[in-house]
Design a protein around this ligand. Structure first.
Ligand code: HXC
Length: 258
């Protein structure tokens, strides 16, 4: 018997597209789904033809959180032994930029998954929150840390301690998502953004992502030093020569990822 496809994947030129596929439970993230997702992410990350990854849910739900049914009766020891966050850590190591196409619910682990993506294009219908407090727990896959870094203490405390959902508009104003678009266009707009990014130099894309993420892990002077080294490093690529020469020659660059 073939394994159930909890995600669907396809490619569109240089964009690798993954869709979460548990519609009946609003894409609740069980460990099997997270494993399939991590595997597909790693496959795209290792494929030279893919420059950008696009991750989407459905129109009703990006993901309504970790699968509550799957965790409800677990003991501390079982949670500890299953180590489900190991697959989330694999997601963190993806080097290529990830665009999230978010519509409907992005809650709990769904919000945490969204925050692991790099550019978030959301439908105006998006409802984003960390409602774990309503079910007797708290965020466990980065919510208290990444949300706080993204939106600051006041909004993070409000969202995490009351369990209320942010509208797309509020999330945009708070700096949690990148753009909000009408619901009919959220996927096509996210794909358009992914293609626009995929046309840039792939090495510069990866290093720029790396440098931005460094800002969450380090002091300003160390971060600046790190940025400078990556910037210098790009001068050993053909893409840097091509990009700058193309500008001087008033033509479009042809990047090769070399
Ligand atoms: C399992 C879920 C689910 C979830 C929804 N469903 N969310 N199943 N885990 N997180 C299921 C419902 O049980 C239901 O199944 C079906 O999806 C449709 O959901 P409804 O509740 O009927 O829809 P609606 O009334 O529109 O309400 C939508 C909702 C609500 C507001 C999103 O479903 C909800 O509050 N869900 C839980 C949100 C949440 O607490 N997330 C945090 C989870 S903890 P049936 O079979 O009845 O049709 C977490 C910890 C992270 O994420 C730790 C890291 C791993």
């Amino acid at each position: 018997m073939t394994e159930e496809a909890l995600i669907l994947s396809e490619t569109d030129r240089h964009v690798g597209i993954i869709r979460l596929n548990r519609p009946k439970v609003l894409n609740a993230l069980n460990p099997q789904l997270m494993t399939q997702l991590a595997e597909q992410m790693e496959t795209f990350d290792g494929d030279d033809a893919i420059h950008v990854i696009l991750l989407a849910g459905s129109e009703r739900a990006w993901a309504a959180g970790a699968d509550i049914g799957d965790m409800a009766e677990c003991s501390t020891l079982q949670m500890y032994q299953r180590d489900q966050f190991a697959t989330w850590d694999r997601f963190k190591r993806i080097k290529k930029p990830i665009v999230a196409a978010v519509s409907g619910y992005a809650l709990g682990g769904g919000c945490e998954l969204m925050m692991l993506c790099d550019v978030v294009i959301a439908s105006e219908t998006a409802q984003i929150g960390q409602p774990e407090i309503n079910i007797g727990v708290m965020p466990g896959a980065g919510g208290t840390q990444r949300l706080t870094r993204a939106v600051g203490k006041a909004t993070a405390m409000d969202v995490i301690l009351t369990g209320r959902f942010l509208s797309a508009k509020e999330a945009l104003a708070a700096g949690l998502i990148s753009r909000v678009v009408p619901k009919e266009h959220y996927f096509t707009e996210a794909l358009r953004v992914a293609h626009a990014m995929a046309a840039k130099g792939p090495i510069a894309l990866r290093l720029a992502k790396d440098a931005v993420l460094k800002a969450f892990e380090t002091t300003l002077s160390e971060g600046l030093e790190y940025e400078r080294k990556l910037f210098y490093m790009l001068f050993s690529t053909e893409d840097q020569k091509e990009g700058m020469r193309a500008f001087m020659e008033k033509r479009k660059p042809k990047f090769k990822g070399k």
